[in-house]
Structure formats: C-alpha cells, structure tokens
Design a protein around this ligand. Structure first.
Ligand SMILES: CC(C)(COP(=O)(O)OP(=O)(O)OC[C@H]1O[C@@H](n2cnc3c(N)ncnc32)[C@H](O)[C@@H]1OP(=O)(O)O)[C@@H](O)C(=O)NCCC(=O)NCCS
Length: 158
C-alpha cells in the first residue's frame, strides 16, 4: 500500500496486454506528442518490438502508466519509454514503474540499462537521477521535432 498526502492507494505492475493498447496510446499521445508526430501508434508498436518487455501500472483497476524495456540479448537493455497519465503523476507511480523495469532488466541479465530523454524534461531527469542513472552524452536535435536530448545509463550490479 502506498499513500499520497495521507490517502492510500493500491498499485500493481503487470505485463502489458493487448487490451491495454488504447490506454497506452492515450497516455503516450498526451506525454510524447511534443516530441513525435506518431506518439500514440508509435509507442503501441514499440511495445511489441522484438525483445521488448512492456509493463503497465494499475491503480484501483485502472491502467495509469506504462514502461517499455528493450532487451538486446546481450548485457545492455534500453528503457524505450515510460509515462504516467497526467492526473496520476507525482504520486510515486513513475518511480515504482522504473524500479519494476530495473528489476526486470536485472532478472534478464542486463548489466547496463540505457535511455534517452529530452534535456528540458526536468521531471523525468529528476526521476532517473534519483534511481541512480547518470548522464552520458548530450544528443543535439535528437527528436523529430528538433529538441535536444541526453543519454543516460545505470549500471546494474546485482
Ligand atoms: C517522468 C514521469 C514518468 C514521472 O512519473 P511520476 O509518477 O510523476 O513520478 P514520481 O511521482 O515517481 O516522481 C518522483 C520524483 O520526481 C519528481 N517529479 C516528478 N515529476 C516532476 C516534474 N514534472 N518536475 C519536477 N519534479 C518532478 C517528484 O517530485 C518526485 O520527487 P519526490 O519523491 O521527492 O516528491 C511522468 O512525469 C511522465 O509521464 N512524464 C511524461 C512522459 C515522460 O517525460 N517520460 C520520460 C521520458 S521517456
């Protein structure tokens, strides 16, 4: 049981199902349209890429976030996307999703988890830095709409 401002909520993480796709597309459109023209369908397709493990966060029986981990078959993994529906942000859901991804990466033999996020996305940077990621490089004009990004990495030692 978690709580925010003293109000408890139950959250579980589970693997994504086909029936989650409309919700994932909706959350993704809201979260990523400023970076990509096909944020909804593009993210849903990403969930089913070869090597992808996709997770959803369920609070009170409602899917309110998702994350996509890509396994390469080697010791590297990539967090391709993570997002929480706007009304559910700031309650620790993104952090718990991220730790679920890190656990899944460790269980699959990943030694270094990498991701790319927008340089100006201070909320996401805060969440990733707090989980132990560090910034590797700046990636100028990385996104189709021209924003700069940073690549980040987390060594997994367990
Ligand atoms: C990034 C994201 C997934 C974080 O999810 P979340 O559920 O809001 O995160 P949490 O509630 O676990 O926040 C963890 C910490 O980060 C901080 N934080 C979260 N969003 C923040 C923001 N926009 N600005 C500043 N700090 C922020 C919180 O204050 C919290 O710190 P605290 O525990 O000390 O209070 C969510 O903001 C989101 O979906 N953003 C849009 C999509 C995105 O940018 N994804 C990442 C790039 S792939």
């Amino acid at each position: 049981m978690s709580s925010v401002a003293g109000v408890p909520y139950r959250m579980k993480l589970r693997r994504k199902r086909a029936s989650d796709e409309v919700t994932i597309a909706t959350i993704s459109l809201e979260a990523f349209s400023e970076y990509s023209a096909n944020a909804g369908s593009g993210t849903v397709a990403m969930c089913d890429e070869r090597g992808a493990l996709s997770f959803v966060a369920v609070v009170d029986d409602e899917v309110c976030g998702f994350a996509v981990l890509k396994l390469t078959g080697g010791s590297e993994g990539h967090l391709l996307a993570i997002a929480v529906a706007a009304p559910a942000r700031g309650r620790g859901i993104g952090t718990r999703l991220l730790h679920g991804v890190i656990d899944a990466a460790a269980a699959n033999g990943v030694r270094v988890l990498r991701l790319v996020t927008a340089e100006a996305n201070l909320g996401a940077l805060e969440v990733f830095l707090a989980a132990g990621f560090s910034i590797e490089h700046r990636e100028p004009a990385y996104y189709p709409r021209g924003q700069d990004a940073v690549s980040m990495q987390l060594p997994i030692t367990r």
